[in-house]
Design a protein around this ligand. Structure first.
Ligand code: NCD
Length: 319
Protein backbone atom coordinates (compact mmCIF):
# COMPACT_ATOMS: atom_id res chain seq x y z
CA UNK A 1 0.00 0.00 0.00
CA UNK A 2 1.40 3.47 -0.88
CA UNK A 3 2.17 6.10 1.75
CA UNK A 4 -0.69 8.22 0.41
CA UNK A 5 -3.37 5.57 0.86
CA UNK A 6 -2.41 5.28 4.51
CA UNK A 7 -1.92 8.93 5.23
CA UNK A 8 -5.47 10.05 5.98
CA UNK A 9 -6.68 13.63 6.01
CA UNK A 10 -5.75 16.66 8.13
CA UNK A 11 -7.02 16.08 11.69
CA UNK A 12 -10.36 17.72 12.59
CA UNK A 13 -8.77 20.04 15.13
CA UNK A 14 -6.99 22.12 12.46
CA UNK A 15 -9.08 24.92 10.90
CA UNK A 16 -6.53 27.57 9.92
CA UNK A 17 -6.05 28.63 6.32
CA UNK A 18 -3.11 30.89 7.18
CA UNK A 19 -0.25 30.56 9.66
CA UNK A 20 0.50 34.10 10.80
CA UNK A 21 1.70 33.59 14.37
CA UNK A 22 1.94 31.22 17.32
CA UNK A 23 0.34 33.65 19.78
CA UNK A 24 -3.17 32.97 18.48
CA UNK A 25 -2.84 29.17 18.36
CA UNK A 26 -4.25 26.95 21.09
CA UNK A 27 -2.03 24.31 22.74
CA UNK A 28 -3.95 21.54 20.95
CA UNK A 29 -3.34 23.18 17.56
CA UNK A 30 0.39 23.48 18.23
CA UNK A 31 0.51 19.84 19.32
CA UNK A 32 -1.44 18.80 16.23
CA UNK A 33 1.15 20.46 13.95
CA UNK A 34 4.01 18.89 15.93
CA UNK A 35 2.39 15.45 15.67
CA UNK A 36 1.94 15.77 11.92
CA UNK A 37 5.53 17.02 11.54
CA UNK A 38 6.70 13.97 13.46
CA UNK A 39 4.93 11.72 10.95
CA UNK A 40 6.57 13.52 8.02
CA UNK A 41 9.95 13.36 9.72
CA UNK A 42 9.62 9.60 10.28
CA UNK A 43 8.82 8.95 6.61
CA UNK A 44 11.63 11.23 5.40
CA UNK A 45 14.04 9.45 7.75
CA UNK A 46 13.25 6.16 5.98
CA UNK A 47 14.54 7.71 2.78
CA UNK A 48 11.17 8.48 1.16
CA UNK A 49 11.58 11.89 -0.39
CA UNK A 50 8.06 12.32 -1.78
CA UNK A 51 4.72 12.30 0.01
CA UNK A 52 2.62 13.89 -2.74
CA UNK A 53 -0.30 15.22 -0.74
CA UNK A 54 -0.25 18.62 -2.49
CA UNK A 55 0.08 17.61 -6.14
CA UNK A 56 -1.29 20.35 -8.38
CA UNK A 57 -0.83 23.11 -5.80
CA UNK A 58 1.56 26.02 -6.34
CA UNK A 59 3.48 27.88 -3.62
CA UNK A 60 5.31 31.17 -4.06
CA UNK A 61 8.15 32.12 -1.74
CA UNK A 62 8.31 35.89 -1.29
CA UNK A 63 11.41 36.63 0.75
CA UNK A 64 12.32 40.27 1.25
CA UNK A 65 15.05 39.46 3.79
CA UNK A 66 17.98 37.07 3.56
CA UNK A 67 17.39 33.44 4.40
CA UNK A 68 19.21 30.13 4.09
CA UNK A 69 17.35 27.55 6.18
CA UNK A 70 13.78 28.88 6.12
CA UNK A 71 13.58 29.53 2.41
CA UNK A 72 15.28 26.29 1.37
CA UNK A 73 13.25 24.17 3.74
CA UNK A 74 9.94 25.76 2.69
CA UNK A 75 10.88 25.00 -0.94
CA UNK A 76 11.93 21.44 -0.15
CA UNK A 77 8.83 20.89 1.97
CA UNK A 78 6.50 22.01 -0.84
CA UNK A 79 8.37 19.92 -3.42
CA UNK A 80 8.35 16.85 -1.22
CA UNK A 81 4.59 17.25 -0.97
CA UNK A 82 4.40 17.30 -4.77
CA UNK A 83 3.58 21.04 -5.09
CA UNK A 84 5.18 23.41 -7.60
CA UNK A 85 7.34 26.16 -6.12
CA UNK A 86 8.21 29.58 -7.48
CA UNK A 87 10.86 31.74 -5.83
CA UNK A 88 10.01 35.41 -6.16
CA UNK A 89 12.99 37.69 -5.65
CA UNK A 90 12.39 41.30 -4.73
CA UNK A 91 15.63 42.38 -6.38
CA UNK A 92 14.92 42.63 -10.09
CA UNK A 93 11.13 42.78 -9.60
CA UNK A 94 8.79 45.67 -10.34
CA UNK A 95 8.83 46.71 -6.67
CA UNK A 96 11.76 48.90 -7.69
CA UNK A 97 9.41 50.62 -10.17
CA UNK A 98 7.05 51.64 -7.39
CA UNK A 99 4.61 48.71 -7.30
CA UNK A 100 3.24 48.01 -3.82
CA UNK A 101 3.71 44.65 -2.14
CA UNK A 102 -0.07 44.08 -2.23
CA UNK A 103 -0.23 44.76 -5.97
CA UNK A 104 2.81 42.55 -6.54
CA UNK A 105 1.26 39.70 -4.55
CA UNK A 106 -2.14 40.11 -6.26
CA UNK A 107 -0.46 39.92 -9.67
CA UNK A 108 1.34 36.73 -8.67
CA UNK A 109 -1.95 35.36 -7.37
CA UNK A 110 -3.63 36.08 -10.71
CA UNK A 111 -1.27 33.53 -12.27
CA UNK A 112 -2.96 30.83 -10.17
CA UNK A 113 -1.24 30.12 -6.87
CA UNK A 114 -2.42 28.46 -3.68
CA UNK A 115 0.03 29.79 -1.12
CA UNK A 116 2.39 32.64 -0.39
CA UNK A 117 5.24 32.13 2.06
CA UNK A 118 6.43 35.57 3.07
CA UNK A 119 9.39 36.99 4.98
CA UNK A 120 9.59 40.75 5.42
CA UNK A 121 11.35 43.21 7.73
CA UNK A 122 8.04 44.94 8.46
CA UNK A 123 5.95 43.32 11.24
CA UNK A 124 2.42 42.54 10.06
CA UNK A 125 3.24 42.00 6.39
CA UNK A 126 1.89 38.40 6.38
CA UNK A 127 -1.35 39.61 8.00
CA UNK A 128 -1.67 42.40 5.46
CA UNK A 129 -1.28 39.92 2.61
CA UNK A 130 -3.74 37.48 4.20
CA UNK A 131 -6.34 40.29 4.21
CA UNK A 132 -5.76 41.10 0.56
CA UNK A 133 -5.22 37.72 -1.11
CA UNK A 134 -7.46 34.71 -1.60
CA UNK A 135 -4.67 32.15 -1.16
CA UNK A 136 -3.08 30.86 2.07
CA UNK A 137 -0.37 33.00 3.64
CA UNK A 138 2.37 31.53 5.80
CA UNK A 139 4.63 33.76 7.88
CA UNK A 140 8.34 32.98 7.38
CA UNK A 141 9.38 35.82 9.72
CA UNK A 142 8.01 39.38 9.96
CA UNK A 143 10.43 41.86 11.45
CA UNK A 144 10.86 41.31 15.17
CA UNK A 145 7.25 40.09 15.48
CA UNK A 146 6.96 36.31 14.90
CA UNK A 147 8.57 33.35 13.15
CA UNK A 148 6.00 30.61 13.78
CA UNK A 149 7.60 27.71 11.89
CA UNK A 150 10.94 28.37 13.63
CA UNK A 151 9.26 28.00 17.02
CA UNK A 152 7.49 24.84 15.89
CA UNK A 153 10.74 23.24 14.76
CA UNK A 154 12.51 24.32 17.95
CA UNK A 155 9.72 22.89 20.11
CA UNK A 156 9.58 19.68 18.05
CA UNK A 157 13.32 19.22 18.56
CA UNK A 158 12.94 19.67 22.32
CA UNK A 159 10.02 17.23 22.43
CA UNK A 160 11.94 14.61 20.47
CA UNK A 161 15.13 14.93 22.52
CA UNK A 162 13.64 15.37 26.00
CA UNK A 163 10.29 13.64 25.55
CA UNK A 164 8.07 16.49 26.74
CA UNK A 165 7.62 20.25 26.94
CA UNK A 166 5.48 20.61 30.06
CA UNK A 167 7.54 21.31 33.17
CA UNK A 168 10.78 22.05 31.32
CA UNK A 169 12.73 25.24 31.86
CA UNK A 170 13.75 26.81 28.56
CA UNK A 171 16.07 29.83 28.42
CA UNK A 172 16.06 32.09 25.38
CA UNK A 173 19.44 33.85 25.55
CA UNK A 174 20.56 37.01 23.79
CA UNK A 175 18.80 39.61 21.69
CA UNK A 176 15.25 39.07 22.90
CA UNK A 177 14.20 42.60 21.91
CA UNK A 178 14.75 42.05 18.19
CA UNK A 179 14.07 38.32 17.93
CA UNK A 180 10.93 37.00 16.24
CA UNK A 181 12.22 33.52 17.10
CA UNK A 182 12.14 34.41 20.80
CA UNK A 183 8.62 35.80 20.57
CA UNK A 184 7.16 32.78 18.78
CA UNK A 185 8.98 30.38 21.11
CA UNK A 186 7.70 32.18 24.17
CA UNK A 187 4.06 31.87 23.05
CA UNK A 188 4.45 28.24 22.01
CA UNK A 189 6.43 27.07 25.02
CA UNK A 190 4.13 28.86 27.46
CA UNK A 191 1.04 27.36 25.81
CA UNK A 192 2.54 23.88 26.21
CA UNK A 193 3.41 24.38 29.87
CA UNK A 194 7.14 25.15 29.89
CA UNK A 195 8.77 27.71 32.16
CA UNK A 196 10.52 30.31 29.99
CA UNK A 197 13.44 32.51 30.99
CA UNK A 198 14.58 35.36 28.77
CA UNK A 199 18.21 36.16 29.49
CA UNK A 200 20.53 38.84 28.13
CA UNK A 201 21.74 42.40 28.65
CA UNK A 202 19.13 44.71 30.21
CA UNK A 203 19.07 46.73 26.99
CA UNK A 204 17.78 43.64 25.14
CA UNK A 205 15.55 42.02 27.79
CA UNK A 206 12.38 43.84 28.78
CA UNK A 207 10.83 43.34 32.21
CA UNK A 208 7.46 43.54 30.43
CA UNK A 209 7.73 39.80 29.72
CA UNK A 210 7.15 39.17 33.42
CA UNK A 211 3.54 40.29 32.95
CA UNK A 212 2.78 37.07 31.07
CA UNK A 213 4.73 34.87 33.47
CA UNK A 214 8.10 34.82 31.70
CA UNK A 215 11.13 35.06 34.00
CA UNK A 216 13.77 37.66 33.12
CA UNK A 217 17.46 37.38 33.92
CA UNK A 218 20.48 39.53 33.19
CA UNK A 219 22.97 36.90 34.30
CA UNK A 220 23.53 33.73 32.28
CA UNK A 221 25.86 32.35 34.95
CA UNK A 222 23.14 32.52 37.59
CA UNK A 223 20.69 30.30 35.65
CA UNK A 224 23.06 27.68 34.23
CA UNK A 225 22.26 24.85 36.65
CA UNK A 226 18.45 24.98 36.45
CA UNK A 227 17.79 25.16 32.71
CA UNK A 228 16.86 22.17 30.52
CA UNK A 229 17.18 23.91 27.15
CA UNK A 230 19.25 26.90 26.08
CA UNK A 231 18.13 28.52 22.82
CA UNK A 232 21.00 30.80 21.80
CA UNK A 233 19.88 33.74 19.70
CA UNK A 234 21.92 35.69 17.23
CA UNK A 235 22.47 39.37 17.94
CA UNK A 236 20.23 41.00 15.32
CA UNK A 237 22.55 43.87 14.40
CA UNK A 238 20.45 44.59 11.30
CA UNK A 239 17.43 45.56 13.45
CA UNK A 240 19.25 47.59 16.10
CA UNK A 241 19.08 51.36 15.94
CA UNK A 242 21.66 51.87 18.69
CA UNK A 243 24.27 49.36 19.78
CA UNK A 244 22.89 47.74 22.97
CA UNK A 245 26.24 46.80 24.56
CA UNK A 246 29.77 48.25 24.54
CA UNK A 247 31.48 45.52 22.51
CA UNK A 248 30.82 42.08 21.03
CA UNK A 249 33.76 40.75 23.07
CA UNK A 250 32.04 41.82 26.24
CA UNK A 251 28.78 40.25 25.06
CA UNK A 252 30.54 36.96 24.31
CA UNK A 253 32.24 37.10 27.72
CA UNK A 254 28.95 37.58 29.60
CA UNK A 255 26.38 35.75 27.45
CA UNK A 256 28.25 33.40 25.13
CA UNK A 257 27.74 29.68 25.73
CA UNK A 258 31.15 28.03 26.01
CA UNK A 259 32.69 24.84 27.41
CA UNK A 260 33.19 26.28 30.91
CA UNK A 261 29.56 27.33 31.15
CA UNK A 262 28.30 24.08 29.63
CA UNK A 263 30.16 22.17 32.37
CA UNK A 264 27.94 23.92 34.95
CA UNK A 265 24.65 22.97 33.26
CA UNK A 266 22.44 19.91 33.74
CA UNK A 267 23.89 16.65 32.45
CA UNK A 268 21.32 16.22 29.67
CA UNK A 269 20.99 19.92 28.78
CA UNK A 270 19.97 20.69 25.20
CA UNK A 271 21.63 23.42 23.15
CA UNK A 272 19.58 24.99 20.36
CA UNK A 273 20.14 27.92 18.01
CA UNK A 274 17.88 29.07 15.18
CA UNK A 275 20.87 29.81 12.96
CA UNK A 276 22.78 31.40 11.47
CA UNK A 277 25.22 31.03 14.36
CA UNK A 278 28.12 33.38 14.89
CA UNK A 279 30.82 31.05 16.20
CA UNK A 280 32.60 32.55 19.19
CA UNK A 281 29.89 35.13 19.84
CA UNK A 282 26.67 33.52 21.13
CA UNK A 283 28.18 30.03 21.12
CA UNK A 284 31.68 28.58 20.84
CA UNK A 285 32.44 25.87 18.24
CA UNK A 286 33.04 23.13 20.85
CA UNK A 287 29.50 23.65 22.18
CA UNK A 288 27.83 24.18 18.78
CA UNK A 289 29.36 20.97 17.43
CA UNK A 290 29.27 19.02 20.70
CA UNK A 291 27.01 16.20 21.89
CA UNK A 292 24.49 18.45 23.68
CA UNK A 293 23.85 20.46 20.53
CA UNK A 294 20.75 19.74 18.42
CA UNK A 295 21.37 22.60 16.02
CA UNK A 296 21.46 20.53 12.83
CA UNK A 297 18.60 18.36 14.07
CA UNK A 298 16.54 21.55 14.24
CA UNK A 299 17.26 22.12 10.57
CA UNK A 300 16.17 18.58 9.69
CA UNK A 301 12.96 19.13 11.65
CA UNK A 302 12.43 22.38 9.74
CA UNK A 303 11.50 20.50 6.57
CA UNK A 304 9.03 18.24 8.40
CA UNK A 305 7.44 21.16 10.26
CA UNK A 306 7.00 23.11 7.03
CA UNK A 307 5.51 20.07 5.32
CA UNK A 308 3.01 19.75 8.17
CA UNK A 309 2.18 23.46 8.04
CA UNK A 310 1.77 23.58 4.26
CA UNK A 311 -0.35 20.43 4.23
CA UNK A 312 -2.61 21.55 7.10
CA UNK A 313 -3.13 25.12 5.81
CA UNK A 314 -3.51 24.28 2.13
CA UNK A 315 -6.11 21.63 2.85
CA UNK A 316 -8.19 23.91 5.08
CA UNK A 317 -10.90 26.11 3.70
CA UNK A 318 -10.89 29.89 3.98
CA UNK A 319 -13.23 30.95 6.77
C1 NCD B 1 16.13 33.50 12.36
C2 NCD B 1 15.39 34.62 11.64
O1 NCD B 1 15.57 34.86 10.44
O2 NCD B 1 14.61 35.25 12.30
N1 NCD B 1 16.78 32.59 11.51
C3 NCD B 1 16.12 31.61 10.86
O3 NCD B 1 15.02 31.77 10.37
N2 NCD B 1 16.71 30.40 10.85
C4 NCD B 1 17.04 34.04 13.38
C5 NCD B 1 18.21 34.89 12.92
O4 NCD B 1 18.28 35.38 11.81
O5 NCD B 1 19.09 35.08 13.76
Amino acid sequence: MSILENWGSVPEGWKHYHLLDIESLRAEEITLLLDQAERFRAVLAQGDRKIPLLTGKTCVNMFFENSTRTRTSFSLAARRLGADVVDFTAAGSSLSKGETIIDTAKNLESMGIDCVVVRHSCPGTPKLLSENLKCSVLNAGDGAHEHPTQALLDILTIRQRLGRIEGLTVAMVGDIAHSRTARSNIWGLKALGAHVIVCGPSTLVSKEWEKIGVETSYSLDSILDRVDVFNLLRIQFERQVVRPFPSVREYAHLYGMNGDRLAKTKKDVLILAPGPINRGLEVTPDVADGPQSAILDQVTNGVAVRMATLWCCLTSSRS
